[in-house]
Design a protein around this ligand. Structure first.
Ligand code: TRP
Length: 334
């Protein structure tokens, strides 16, 4: 708790181009949480280097992501928006937690296996202990809730196990975090293969709408979206392509599937795809304009970076001092 509010922590990586799925599924829904929770949203650049990055690109993308957080409506006075690498406590706590994590536990992590297979030429120790750094992120702020996708649930479970293990030995040090189950965001699938999640690492660029795609590109990708040959306008699992387009349309317009089916039941898929394109443009175009505006205001973004890193650091140090004392590190002489 901070004051009378529960603490919420989440992070995103600045690698790859963020997609409409990231926005509608996560970011957009974060905005409404800041009244209820004390929110920390980190740009987790330390996680990113588990895979080799071009330094200039990583730096640029990290800043773009931080700017996007603000453009999406996260007020940086109310939400702590910061770079993970600006708060050294993440690395310090991760080291300590490493010493409480079993090799066997990390060996079971499915994301490690996937990533190791994908990057067979660089299976580094950081990739292996990635979930421990993630646990440190969460526990450092004594987070009560963590909004995460299903792909990160295993890491959150590990975080809970580590916190419980540590508390079992040293007493109540860490808050045991829970997955945030609230108004869950829309799950957006690939436009080219609706059985797969829309992903920033998709090799087929037509499967994903990127947040920075221009209007014509958005329209074109929607027009080319895979549907089916049934020719019936229904919201059904048997028509996953159309189902996905309806989900996108609803998330962009705040309408319900029933309502949309009623309106478009007499129209062909082509006409609906056009409407989807316009709906997406009407969401992304203003978002892109806000990003462009913010990017011009370098000193404002810089001040957000500085002030929020200080705020994050304050809470991080509080936890870290407690933990260091528990494990037996000598007190600093001040
Ligand atoms: N591993 C997460 C992902 O790739 C990002 C992340 C890092 C995160 N630290 C976190 C998410 C802490 C939630 C909480 O999506």
């Amino acid at each position: 708790m901070i004051g009378d509010k529960k603490v919420l922590f989440s992070g995103m990586q600045a690698t790859g181009n963020l997609t409409l799925g990231n926005y509608l599924g996560a970011l957009k829904n974060w905005v409404s949480l800041s009244d209820e929770y004390e929110c920390f949203y980190s740009v987790v650049d330390m996680h990113s280097i588990t895979i080799r990055q071009d330094p200039a690109t990583l730096r640029k993308r990290a800043r773009a992501l931080l700017t996007l957080y603000i453009a999406a409506g996260l007020d940086p006075e109310k939400n702590c928006i910061y770079y993970q690498s600006h708060v050294s406590g993440h690395a310090e706590l991760a080291w300590i937690l490493n010493c409480f994590t079993y090799m066997g536990e990390l060996n079971r992590m499915t994301q490690f296996k996937d990533k190791a297979a994908k990057h067979a030429d660089n299976i580094n120790a950081g990739l292996f202990t990635y979930p421990v750094l993630m646990a440190a992120d969460i526990l450092l702020y004594q987070a009560d809730v963590v909004p995460v996708g299903i792909d990160q649930m295993q890491h959150l479970e590990l975080t809970r196990d580590l916190a419980q293990r540590f508390n079992g030995i040293y007493g109540d040090v860490f808050t045991i975090p829970e997955a945030y189950i609230g108004k869950v965001g829309a799950k957006i699938m690939s436009l080219q293969d609706p059985s797969k999640k829309m992903s920033k690492s998709d090799e087929n660029p037509n499967g994903s709408i990127y947040l920075m795609d221009d209007p014509d590109t958005i329209r074109r990708k929607c027009k080319r979206a895979v549907t089916d040959s049934l020719g019936e306008f229904r919201y059904s699992d048997e028509q996953p392509g159309l189902h996905n387009l309806i989900d996108i349309f609803c998330a962009c317009t705040n309408r319900t599937p029933e309502d949309v089916v009623a309106e478009f039941s007499g129209s062909g898929y082509g006409q609906f795809k056009e409407a989807v394109g316009e709906a997406v443009v009407s969401v992304l175009d203003p978002l892109q304009k806000r990003v462009a505006e913010l990017e011009k205001d370098k000193s404002y973004i810089d001040s957000v970076i500085k002030n929020n890193a200080e705020k994050a650091n304050y809470y991080a140090q509080k936890t870290l001092r407690k933990v260091q004392k528990k494990v037996g590190f000598p007190e600093k002489i001040r």
